[in-house]
Design a protein around this ligand. Structure first.
Ligand SMILES: [Zn+2]
Ligand SMILES: [Zn+2]
Length: 354
């Protein structure tokens, strides 16, 4: 099945002793290359973005595999039985959604990203921080010629997650109205600022530090609120006629971020949950406040294939321009530590070993 030119082993990034304090990512050589099964393909990776949710694997939160990563771009080098032969040699993106059931209500309405039986890259199967990854033939994304692999990588999770989240603002929030993005300067947030601004929303970016401030302004935010220096609730209210933002997208995945973010939305506004706090954390607002405010609360987990294709077309036209920094594969453990400390502005992408 694998071509004669494929090596017998590979280099990967592997999680040792996963746990909140003990987990660490290490570079490991001589790891087996998995073979594609029914309707699967083998992708020789060029690069992979590293997402904040990869830290969950390292910290042992939820279920995970030893190899994280779900923003991989590479070339299809081998096919499993019944995988479409047209994919061989194509450049594809390997996303968080490894597969879905295609039969449940969510799948039938075109939202496989909300399928309760979904399997996920890096969670159910080995992730993209390796040289060769197995993916499902019917769930990879074709990358258009003209979009560089390292530009496409962060769109596969970060970009798609925020395309999905911004779409949830409709129909309640109209162009010209205020949208606050909490965690706006990180990998997901900064692309969200650009997508929301391109839809005509007035984006209030909330994050910390001069570097993230500059990036958010470049991406089209009308205001930046530094949570380390300012009273976020007061400042956002002052920017929005005293009422709060019409829409709030909480990208940051901490208890603290959610506790504050719910105070930023005006009555009859929309609150979109994107960031992933620990599983034990509950939405920090009482039903009585939700009722009195007429609040609309929506959840958003990645996005649809249509949103993915639209995003890649916008990247091709240079209308979506993720801020990326490309590093060697050996830098992956250091990048995970930086993500754990919320120090990464934009997205860091690693090149797979040649
Ligand atoms: Zn991700
Ligand atoms: Zn399903």
């Amino acid at each position: 099945m694998a071509g004669p030119d494929l090596p017998s082993s590979q280099t990967v990034a592997w999680i040792e002793t996963p746990g909140p304090d003990t987990g660490k990512l290490v570079i490991r050589n001589n790891v087996d290359i998995q073979q594609p099964g029914d309707n699967e393909i083998l992708v020789k990776l060029e690069c992979s973005g590293i997402c904040h949710s990869d830290c969950r694997n390292v910290e042992g939160m939820g279920s995970y595999t030893e190899i994280p990563g779900h923003e991989g771009v590479g070339t299809v080098v081998a096919l499993g039985p019944s995988a479409s032969t047209s994919l061989l040699g194509k450049r594809v993106g390997v996303k968080w959604l490894y597969s879905a059931c295609s039969e449940c209500a969510a799948c039938r309405r075109g939202q496989a990203n909300n399928c309760p039986k979904q399997r996920n890259t890096g969670r159910s199967t080995r992730g993209t921080l390796q040289q060769y990854v197995v993916a499902r033939a019917d769930f990879v994304t074709l990358i258009p010629d003209g979009v560089a692999s390292e530009v496409a990588a962060p769109l596969l999770c970060a970009g798609l997650s925020l395309a999905g989240a911004v779409s949830k603002l409709s129909p309640e929030v109209q162009p010209g109205e205020f949208v606050a993005i909490v965690g706006a300067g990180g990998g997901l947030g900064h692309i969200g600022v650009q997508i929301a601004a391109s839809k005509g929303y007035k984006v209030i970016a909330i994050d910390s530090g001069a570097e993230k401030q500059q990036l958010c302004k470049e991406m089209g935010a009308v205001a930046f609120v530094d949570y380390a220096k300012e009273d976020v609730v007061e400042t956002v209210k002052a920017l929005t006629d005293g009422e709060g933002a019409n829409g709030v997208i909480c990208v940051a995945g901490t208890d603290k971020a959610y506790n504050q973010a719910v105070q930023l939305v005006r009555n009859t506004g929309v609150f979109v949950c994107v960031g992933l706090p620990p599983d034990s954390f509950m939405f920090p607002m009482s039903p009585i406040h939700i009722a009195n405010q007429g609040l609309v609360i929506k959840g958003s987990s990645t996005g649809t294939p249509e949103q993915m294709d639209e995003l890649l077309q916008l990247a091709l036209q240079s209308k979506i321009t993720p801020k990326i920094e490309v590093y060697d594969f050996e830098d992956a453990p250091k990048i995970i530590q930086e993500l754990q400390r919320y120090e990464v502005t934009g997205r860091k992408v690693v090149r797979a070993p040649a």
